[in-house]
Design a protein around this ligand. Sequence first.
Ligand code: GLC
Length: 726
Amino acid sequence: MENTQVQALLEEMTIEEKIGQLGQLSADFFPNGQATITGPMQAQHMDLDTLYRSGSVLGISGAKQVRAIQADFLAHNRLHIPLLFMADVVHGYKTIFPIPLGMAASFDPEIVKNASAVAASESAAGGIHVTFAPMVDLVRDPRWGRVMESTGEDTYLNTVLAAASVQGFQGEDPLDEEHIAACVKHFAAYGAPEAGREYNTVDISEWRFREQYLPSYAAAIKAQALLVMTSFNTLFGVPATANQHLMRDILREELDFSGVLISDWDAIGELINHGVAGDLDHASDLALKAGVDIDMMSFAYSRYLKRAATLDAETKRLIDESVLRILELKNTLGLFEDPYRNISIERETATELSPAHLVDAQHAAEESIVLLKNAGQILPLQPGTSVFLTGPLSESNDLLGSWSWQGKSTPDNTIAAALGQRCEVKSVPDVGYHALNEKQLKVALGGAHHYDTVIACLGIPSSESGEATSMTDIRLPEEQMTLLRALAADGKRIISIVIAGRPLDLSEVDAVSDAVVFGWFPGSRGAEAIARILTGEVEPSGRLPMSFPRSVGQVPIYYNQYNTGRPLTHTPNDAENKYLSKYIDEENTPLYPFGYGLGYAQVTLQSLTIENTEMSSQKPMVAHVRLENSSNRDGRAVVQLYLHQKIGETVRPVKRLIAFEKVAVGAGETADLLFSVTEDSLRYMHTDLTNTADAGEYELLAGLSSDATQAVGFTFTNGLKEKSDD
Ligand code: GLC
């Protein structure tokens, strides 16, 4: 449909029909609609006139179901304006990939892009038009359960993966029938709730927001994300869903976002709880003025129906503005030409857990799993080894993780089954996540007694990950630690496999285990991926996208911290000098830092050299990195390039990631990488909120982990003059 026709359709609509377009309902309001509910439900009577004027539906999919609801709806909608079907297709639809935090550990944008493309293809066949993904909230607090849905603590990594995910979901412009619209969320800074408590207050400076949190949303919007979702939290003292500065000035103006802005579930209604709206009418006006186009499940916008006859011109104009964006989205998706354009029962059946998709999901898991410890090279296991497995994850297929909705697993997707294809496996699975009685412990120890090496399959259930799962204690449950301690006390060599959706405090696990493998929630073929890593069929290449603390008391903890006025000197003086930025009962460093992960091969970073010690806007910095694999097996590495600015107008992180590249290094070989550093990499947020680069002295740091880098100095000659030169 031409844009002029969309405009004409808007003009043909009654005010009641326009108000209806602004509402999104869960599918159970519709005949034969079985919805997946992802928020607090309120009893709502919905008369049929209102129902058949709705704009969109969430929480249902399936070619048959969607076709039936759409057909029934169009038969009752005067202007035959089709419904948009939206849902949380986050890390797969039927074929589930590792959770996003796990895929971030792959440090491979192509892995993320392909996962989104596969999810789009499968879900489009099932009638989905829009996915509520990617979630690009920067996170630094593993107490918050939704870190699993993010890509971690680093701004640069988040921007790269946010863009990759949007490109995967949406494909090329125009969207074809195997792609779906991406809705980037949650705008904004939902990942910084105080104390890691879900839905809690977010209060960060605009300076920090713009420097660290905003870039990932901006990258998704630059990648043409068609929708944005508001976040539940406050920001700069105002709930995001009513925040005109955030939504009008920053999102619409600065980021030039002209797509659809949808509230999160009941976020408009919750403006009352926040204490900025007196009632739903007031909340509606605040959200409409902020530019929120769709009201997800608060029924606030539908209250405009009661005032339809007396709405002032400005409110009507705002309603028209929002309805037009919704109609334009439906037009972009081709729904006016064919409301069933992407639905395909045949393709839905053919793609469900298709061999090709399972291969992709397994590959993504293999690239995401992180080897955290491997004392004495106890891993890889030799094929045929007799191993003893125990722990709640040994025969569980709870490997899909939160936000896996319609996800399916092949029945053999358990660690015991997958490893049993390669080794002599004895498994004693009768240990709960939170339950271990004397008998179970005795049976497990009795079974282990005859084995030198034990594989403890530990972790957190997916029900304790994702939304509304904030935790104050991020250690493994005590019952699992009791089992692990008993196995260690029995002199066993222990390989601990940990399945979870957040960084845990693994200090004691690390202390008693010879090897530690972190699997995230690895998806529909996660067990096979774990088995292939354990036996060395695949080289471990995952690297941490989020710091793992020694203790929850260190949180928030992240690598790109500021130096403070009393930094550690990393000399013996640190122990004596009390007046330093440190704890008296814990180290400052994490147990495992950002960017860290081991391999079986011995790949080291041999050198970092730069072609010119002076760079300018016209003359980028060219850096050479040489790797060496001194072992007799092919290796992998994630080369990380960091930047430190010695003097800034605002404080500068001790280092921040500006580039990375994942490479293979053959047995006994070297690999040379080139990086080009431009002025853009030097830009940062100044106190006047401009994002510019200063002339001055910098360091370039290269490493295979954020805590092990080689540095070289250089000068940037043009940009803002250093203050000291004034
Ligand atoms: C939930 C989540 C959001 C999700 C939405 C719809 O409350 O906050 O991420 O997309 O509701 O399910």
